[in-house]
Design a protein around this ligand. Structure first.
Ligand code: FDA
Length: 302
């Protein structure tokens, strides 16, 4: 079965778009903001907080970057208007990071200020290694003036051990994730390129540093074994529940997220929506160890 899943994962880019769209419904709230709002309401009613991702990555023009910023402003307005328990997650390349840093920083700051007025939060998603330093600088600059911003750090990168140190302090907020991009092995912690569980001790070390320094930490993983270790860690440290939360992607490992919520932990769901659903769905499908079954079921219903 594992062989079949690997085979299907390799074939995903060649699957018909209609089939990918059908499977993607589990991972994406919809094409437009109204659908996203409906999904966030459902999740809030179940007890989950949310962070909203407007789908889309690197943009080619300033106009596209402005469009992304406008879409996020609409999300912030909807969060306030509907009284949702939600913040936003933003990829700086979608705001033009690789076109013009200054303009990207201005767009991001306008979003953070607008979120602050609405008593909500902005998280900077961490992208590939071309962006790591730039995104850390964006974050460090913004934390001088705003308290409603956080940033993801990737445990698969060796450099995260250095990057995290100046960011650790009460009032700061970090999301620790394993990391999703294909990076040259020289950037990775040992064996991370071959074995995802090799990242776990590094992930745990970063979470522990956050807890020890009073830095708020969002623990973003679906790895059941790692989650068990994190739960043991927060218990052994008697960590204040206001100092951490768990985060998971929409549609991924739902029984696990329900279990964490049932244990009384705060859980936030990362909810993507938008017209640019294809690339995101392909990435999620490739990561799904049971993808063959999903494809087979979707084909039957096509
Ligand atoms: P791992 O990859 O080891 O997977 C553990 C287990 O989870 C798998 O064995 C499988 O059972 C299950 N699983 C994982 N993906 C699945 C899927 N699609 N369908 C079904 N089961 C699945 N990355 C990044 O580089 N920058 C960022 O800013 C973020 N932000 C972010 C926010 C949030 C809220 C989450 C949850 C994740 C991210 N990520 C990210 C992605 C992250 O780096 C990582 O690639 C994925 O979470 C998968 O890694 P896991 O930690 O889940 O472990």
């Amino acid at each position: 079965m594992q062989f079949l899943n690997t085979l299907v994962a390799h074939a995903i880019p060649w699957l018909p778009r209609a089939l990918v769209q059908k499977i993607s419904r589990r991972y994406i709230a919809g094409d437009d903001l109204a659908q996203a709002v409906a999904r966030i309401r459902q999740l809030n009613a179940q007890g989950f907080s949310v962070t909203v991702d407007v789908l889309g990555e690197t943009v080619a023009t300033a106009q596209q970057a402005e469009n992304t910023a406008r879409a996020y402003q609409q999300v912030l307005h909807a969060i306030q208007h509907h009284g949702l328990d939600a913040g936003i997650s933003v990829k700086p390349t979608a705001l033009g990071l690789l076109l013009d840093r200054q303009e990207c920083a201005q767009r991001l700051e306008r979003l953070v200020a607008s979120a602050a007025q609405r008593q909500t939060t902005v998280c900077i998603d961490m992208e590939d290694v071309r962006c790591t330093q730039l995104e850390i600088e964006l974050f460090s600059q913004l934390t001088k003036h705003y308290g409603n911003i956080s940033m993801a750090l990737q445990a698969y990168l060796r450099r995260s051990y250095q990057d995290i140190e100046p960011l650790l302090r009460p009032g700061n907020s970090l999301r620790i994730c394993k990391g999703i991009y294909r990076e040259p092995p020289a950037h990775l912690v040992d064996a991370a390129g071959r074995d995802r569980s090799a990242i776990n001790p590094h992930f745990l070390a970063h979470v522990a540093r956050c807890l020890d320094t009073g830095t708020f930490v969002a623990i973003a993983t679906h790895d059941a074994a790692l989650l068990e270790q994190v739960v043991a860690l927060v218990r052994s440290k008697r960590a204040d529940p206001a100092q951490f939360e768990f985060q998971m992607l929409l549609g991924v490992c739902e029984p696990l997220r329900d279990r964490l919520l049932g244990m009384g932990f705060k859980v936030r769901i990362y909810v993507p929506y938008g017209k640019d659903w294809y690339g995101y769905s392909i990435r999620r499908m490739k990561e799904n160890p049971r993808i063959a079954g999903h494809v087979a079921r979707a084909m039957v219903g096509l």
